[in-house]
Design a protein. Structure first.
Lengths: 239, 224
């Protein structure tokens, strides 16, 4: 399939935005996923609701709120610009932020589930073998949660690739800067003779989504086998 | 050696234990729900007592009066759990060496080879815990605790998940550990014959209270 320069640009930008968004969400997702799975604290319900919120809101709403907050006139946006010279509104960095906010709930959920499934007695066993809690976390908890962390990351990455509403509201549709794959597709449906290009981009999106899902499945299967959840010989040995 | 005076409350459950425990193997017997596992968790540092103190040799591990609490990872005790609790993502070899890696070279009293021979698990070294039988798993768990060169070895019903035939196979390993390593042990079990076979003295737990018991019969080998 031959792509035009414009289409390549949109694809490249989508990949860049999705990678940054995933990288941004990953440590935060692990932290909040663990917190929600393992700890009781005041305000937990609120944090939980806040994390899930973007999933049930129309995406334009978080995008618009980001604009109010981080636009050059916004309180945080003005501060960032005057102190650090960083402008996020109507730049690709803003597209990363918008994608991250929208992808975060999808990323946290599998991680949280993974942390919950781990037998906490394994961590206690590690501490009786001389490992302080942080080391038990790094050597036992984190590797055991790996399938969920990978699944969450792939989901978040795919969601970021396809982010539309929040991106449009926050950073607009600027070729080469914020026009990612779905925005380019949207654009082509509005210009004369754009149908073929729109169709190509739709096909490309389908292929990417399918690849991501298959990769996620293969990686988690492999991780589960490596972690000993599934016996490579098929059946569990009998005592 | 180990001197304890511990109280622990959680809801309705109350535990009170006061004892001086010497070297060798001390058995703690009692019905399930009597608080044996809770007592071991208190000794291991996995639980905070409501009040009381705990000393090992000259070292104060717990004293609620002064707020002293040495956490599990700094007590240097080994704990073998009922179901082994091997790390499922690590090979047998990496499981065995988990605690060993946490030690300074001078603190390592056993090497991998010695423990592999003692527990007869050399052929299992490359396997994952999911590929082990119940008996093999417990031998690896015991080996893992030994390689950590513990000052005191706590055993929490290490045989209760095994059938009788396997118990008879593992008990000699435990005896071997007792005779060859000289690590003081506290062996908790609901099975009196098991305790009699291994222990030099036996304490009983009854609804949260630790009772000191009469000495063992001269021939403690009456395995049922």
């Amino acid at each position: 399939m031959m792509l035009t320069h414009e289409e390549w640009q949109a694809l490249g930008l989508s990949a860049k935005v999705a990678l940054w968004s995933t990288a941004l969400c990953l440590p935060l997702g692990i932290g909040i996923g663990w917190l929600l799975a393992r700890r009781e604290f005041p305000g937990k319900l609120l944090l939980d609701a806040l994390v899930q919120m973007p999933m049930v809101l129309p995406p334009v709403v978080p995008g618009y709120l980001l604009l109010l907050l981080l636009g050059t006139q916004g309180p945080l946006g003005g501060w960032l610009e005057s102190h650090f010279g960083i402008v996020v509104a109507f730049t690709w960095k803003g597209a990363v932020l918008a994608s991250a906010v929208m992808a975060f709930p999808l990323m946290v959920q599998p991680m949280r589930l993974a942390f919950r499934m781990i037998d906490t007695r394994l961590e206690r066993a590690a501490t009786t073998l001389g490992a302080p809690p942080w080391r038990a976390f790094l050597t036992v908890t984190l590797p055991l949660a790996l399938p969920g962390i990978i699944a969450g990351s792939v989901l978040g990455f795919s969601r970021s690739l396809g982010e539309f509403g929040a991106t449009m509201a926050f950073v607009g549709n600027i070729p080469g800067e914020t026009r990612t794959l779905p925005l380019a597709l949207y654009n082509f449906t509005h210009v004369p003779d754009g149908e073929m290009a729109a169709l190509r981009l739709a096909g490309l999106s389908l292929a990417l989504a399918l690849m991501a899902l298959l990769a996620s499945h293969a990686i988690s299967r492999r991780a589960e086998r490596l972690l000993g959840y599934a016996d490579p010989r098929g059946a569990r040995a009998q005592p | 050696m180990l001197s304890l005076d511990l109280h622990f409350e959680r809801g309705e459950f109350q535990l009170a234990a006061r004892a001086e425990i010497g070297p060798g193997v001390t058995g703690i017997c009692g019905a399930s729900g009597a608080g044996k596992s809770t007592l071991l968790a208190l000794l291991a540092g996995l639980l905070h007592p409501s009040s009381g103190c705990l000393r090992f040799s000259d070292e104060a591990l717990v004293d609620t009066a002064t707020g002293r609490f040495i956490p599990a990872w700094r007590r240097h005790f080994g704990l073998v759990f009922q179901d082994g609790l091997l790390f499922p993502h690590l090979s047998v070899r990496d499981n065995l060496l988990y605690g060993w890696h946490r030690l300074e070279p001078g603190e390592r009293h056993f090497d991998l080879h010695t423990v592999l021979e003692l527990m007869e698990i050399g052929s299992l070294i490359a396997r994952r815990p999911a590929q082990l039988s119940g008996g093999e798993r417990q031998r690896v768990a015991l080996g893992r605790a030994l390689l950590y060169s513990p000052r005191l070895l706590l055993l929490d019903e290490p045989l209760s998940s095994l059938d009788d035939r396997l118990k008879q196979q593992i008990l000699p390993f435990l005896k071997r550990v007792k005779e060859e390593t000289r690590i003081p042990m506290i062996y908790v079990s609901h099975s009196r014959p098991e305790v009699d076979y291994l222990a030099d003295r036996v304490l009983t737990m009854e609804s949260g209270r630790l009772l000191v018991e009469s000495p063992l019969p001269a021939d403690g080998r009456g395995m049922g």
